[in-house]
Design a binder for this molecule. Sequence first.
Ligand code: NAD
Length: 493
Amino acid sequence: MTQTSSLTTYYNYIDGQEVASSSNETFKVENPANKSEILGEFQKSTEAELNQAVEAAKAALPSWKKTAAPARGEYIQKAARYIEEHAEEYKLQLVREVGKSYKDADAEVIRTIRAMRYLSGESERLTGETIPSWDSQVRGYTKREPIGVVGVITPWNVPLAIAAWKIATAFACGCTVVFKPSSQTPLISQWLVEAYKAVDLPAGVLNFVTGSGSVIGNGIAKHKDIKAVSFTGSNPVGNTINKLIAERGARFQAEMGGKNPFVVLEDADLELATSNVIDGGFGESGQRCTATSRVILMKDIADEFIEKLIPKVEKLKVGNPMNNDTQMGPVVDEGSMKSILEYIETGKKEGAELLAGGKQLTDDECSNGYFVAPTVFGGVTPDMTIAQEEIFGPVISIMVADSYEQALDWANDIDYGLSSTIYTNNMDKAMHFMDNIEAGFTHVNMMTMHSEPQFPFGGIKGTGLGGFREQGSVGIDFYTEWKTGYIKTHDNN
Ligand code: NAD
């Protein structure tokens, strides 16, 4: 890091050293709530730095693999402790760089620490089996071995926690890492690297390279020495990487978009359900893969639900996320804002009824950032664009169904399959929904974004590629390969 009076320059971190890009070019990152505030400039790296990072990760692999697994876990635990000790700074950085409210930033830091703690324990749970042989003199067993150098490509919306859980799982399994963060949030991503530097992680085990998706991300996908790539981001990018990786036979894990249904039955607690729609739809300005984006109501309670919901939406305090009373901050950048506003126009054109919001906010605290009013559409039908495509902003579509069966059909009538929820006290309906909803995870009377690191996380259908889940006891599958051993002895004569 170098600092002039006005601007700090940040570098790649490769083989334990700060490395500048050979392009001599940088890119700047701004605060989305106040675009005049530049948070720093970062290296626009080239393939040369990527190759250097892969070489470093390859060179570090043998001794990292040989390090006792629980000792690898200890680095993760210590890094988690470092983040906990500096939690306030990490939260404020998330507020500044992503535009999260303080409450949402707090939740991400807690989630990061919990995930790292849980996953550090995987280093002590890398168990295999002993299996009886047809030959009584043969003892057979299986063990997990690290897959090798892993590429980690992350999005901007949960930039700390997602990188933290991918990297922690890789380390627990004995893999070394080349980490490429989103160019919208490289600083908080670098702070994760700082936590590992602070606990003296050996050089080369974690290598951090900033730069464009088309150069560094694409280069990771194509690099022959990267044995597996864990990606979280959008569908178009995930699908592109998938093709490149399939060509060279490497392993790929992709967690992509969501369009999560929130079904409300006649007997639901409407106070709870409306409050949870607010948190699920407008928390983090709706920029979560697990955000509540489709609210499917039974027709008998639809009017009452909407009457309760709209005043709550209109009361939301939108503004500078640095202020304590702000409930919703900006969206991440100008491109996102424009895309969300276009979806709002499309919703209106296709005949949905605008019940709240529907515009950019430019007054007072919102005058120098990228703010979109919390928006609710009623009268949405399943074929509308706003009911089908991921908007990734503070926009909720309300659909009114004639029956539970129709609600379930609509909930499933989508290319995505990440999260879902149903609000009811009818156990039969709740269980039927849980069994029949097409989603990687589901809830009853809980928000769509609830997840915990000891449970598997990930989506089906268009959301997930590769068939591997993150976190939970199965998270290690992606980062390991099985080895089977047969040992012949002559000890029974
Ligand atoms: P994105 O796809 O634009 O970028 C993700 C990462 O891929 C970034 O690091 C980017 O630089 C890199 N990238 C871009 N082009 C690339 C290329 N050609 N080759 C390789 N890498 C490339 O996504 P985003 O806008 O950062 O994140 C938002 C998306 O992420 C949303 O669709 C959201 O639903 C999804 N998301 C999914 C989950 C999940 O667990 N399912 C979690 C968070 C976010």
